[in-house]
Design a protein around this ligand. Structure first.
Ligand SMILES: Cc1ncc(COP(=O)(O)O)c(C=O)c1O
Length: 447
């Protein structure tokens, strides 16, 4: 979609979408809100113009302090469902026995590492666990630089990869002012609006041009770093396999492909466990996080042993909390539950059901544009009814508020903040999908 006006053609800050604005009068009489603002100050980031106080959550649902229940279609961290009893039990058992760092040998850590590695191609046989996706990407970028001898990175226009100083430089959607640094070149998101019908070719050519720019600037290409479902850019997965051509070009130029699986990983796409697998392309490094511990903070990266060894010639890597036994117990429980409850298959099945329901609603409402995604990772463009090629960020906020009134949590994404982003728990049932579709239909009617 195009921006509503030329002046609005800038990347909308990811933390500002569907967010409380401390300068507005709305919600200012809420004591819980005032307490948070007093504690966190300018770094407060809260969803909704009138933030919600949450008190508990179970399965696909969250409960607010005022007693209202919400179907959680936003939070992709509790992938096997909020407060899953198997994860709770595993964490409780391990924390009451031993929690320490990875400088001791502890069986559950290697149990987890082996279970995790079984989910990857055999080449990616070394794993490093961290506490956040940001740390994982930070480490991945450093490994890419060391092994390629280059310093330049290519990311998408509205990418978000994390919050360390180094990773913020490759996260244009974090910038409130200023421009991206010289060693980073952005390419437009892999959409039909940007590249026409041949997205694979268009995206690959944009990456090729970015490589030339980085060469001219004297950095070379260290890595193409992309979120395999392009979540913050507006959710772009199709056509399946389009990434391959761009990755080939990066490899020919001596760069790495870092697959950021923090958002799409762990079965959410339904038809594949990872986004790179969905595109049938082999990354040099994969980073992951969010759903890994179902809410227990853990993240990590996998790569080829020789790449990690080369990096470790210069500096060691140790992370006090990364890979601690309790997080490994949580991670192990998540993998087991996913298998026992066949959640990847459910993501595929319910994702298709939601997609067809959304498409039939879109057919009746001019403001509802393209429905995209894979499995339980969906994006819905909200556009101007008389000019469907134009994005409508204001209507997207209205829709998100309407969904909230209907008891549904959802968020926004995309360069203009005009794509509704849906990532419910992988255990979403068909009845819950119907609840969502009814609420969405009612909210769309009121747009
Ligand atoms: C694609 C992507 N990569 C990395 C990160 C950073 O992860 P974390 O917040 O755990 O540091 C995020 C967080 O939103 C993300 O969406």
């Amino acid at each position: 979609m195009q921006s509503p006006t030329e002046a609005d053609n800038q990347v909308r800050g990811i933390l500002e979408m569907n967010a409380f604005d401390s300068k507005s009068a709305s919600g200012q009489d809420d004591p819980a809100l005032q307490r948070r603002l007093a504690n966190v100050g300018a770094a407060s980031v809260l969803f909704y113009r009138q933030p919600i106080e949450m008190v508990s959550a179970l399965g696909a649902w969250m409960s607010a302090a005022n007693g209202k229940r919400y179907l959680d279609c936003y939070n992709n961290v509790p992938c096997v469902g909020h407060s899953h009893p198997a994860v709770t039990a595993a964490v409780s058992k391990q924390i009451s026995r031993l929690n320490t760092n990875t400088r001791y040998l502890v069986q559950v850590v290697d149990d987890y590492l082996e279970a995790l590695k079984a989910k990857f191609p055999a080449e990616l046989s070394n794993a490093v666990l961290t506490c956040s996706g940001s740390e994982a990407n930070d480490l991945a970028m450093r490994i890419a630089c060391k092994n390629t001898g280059h310093r330049g990175f290519i990311v998408t226009e509205a990418a978000y990869h994390g919050n360390t100083a180094y990773v913020t430089e490759v996260s244009p959607s974090s910038f409130k002012q200023g421009s991206i640094p010289d060693h980073v070149v952005t390419v437009p998101a892999p959409s039909r609006a940007n590249y026409g019908d041949d997205i694979a070719e268009g995206f690959a050519m944009a990456v090729k041009k970015a490589i030339s720019t980085l060469k001219i600037r004297g950095y070379g290409i260290a890595a193409l770093l992309v979120d395999s479902i392009f979540s913050s850019d507006g959710v772009f997965g199709q056509p399946q396999g389009f990434l391959r051509a761009a990755v080939d070009i990066v490899h020919q130029a001596g760069g790495f492909y870092i697959a950021d699986e923090v958002q799409p990983g762990f079965g959410r796409l339904g038809s594949a466990f990872w986004g790179f697998e969905y595109h049938q392309v082999l990354p040099d490094i994969v980073t992951m996080g969010k759903p890994m511990g179902n809410g227990f903070p853990m993240a990590g990266m996998v790569t080829r042993p020789e790449y990690l060894a080369r990096f470790c010639e210069d500096v060691g890597y140790f992370n006090t909390f990364g890979g601690n036994p309790v997080s490994c117990a949580a991670g192990l429980a998540v993998l087991k539950v996913m298998e026992q409850e066949e959640l990847q298959t459910n993501a595929h099945k319910i994702g298709q059901y939601l997609c067809s329901g959304l498409n039939s609603i879109a057919a009746d409402h001019a403001a509802i544009g393209e429905v995209r995604g894979e499995g339980l990772f969906l994006g819905v463009d909200i556009c101007q009814p008389d000019q469907p090629e134009l994005a409508d960020p204001a209507a997207t906020v209205r829709l998100i508020d309407g969904l909230r009134d209907a008891g549904i949590l959802a968020g926004a994404a995309g360069k203009h903040g005009s794509t509704l982003k849906l990532r419910p728990a992988l255990c979403l049932s068909q009845a819950e999908a119907d609840f969502f579709l009814d609420g969405f239909r009612a909210a769309a009617r009121r747009l």
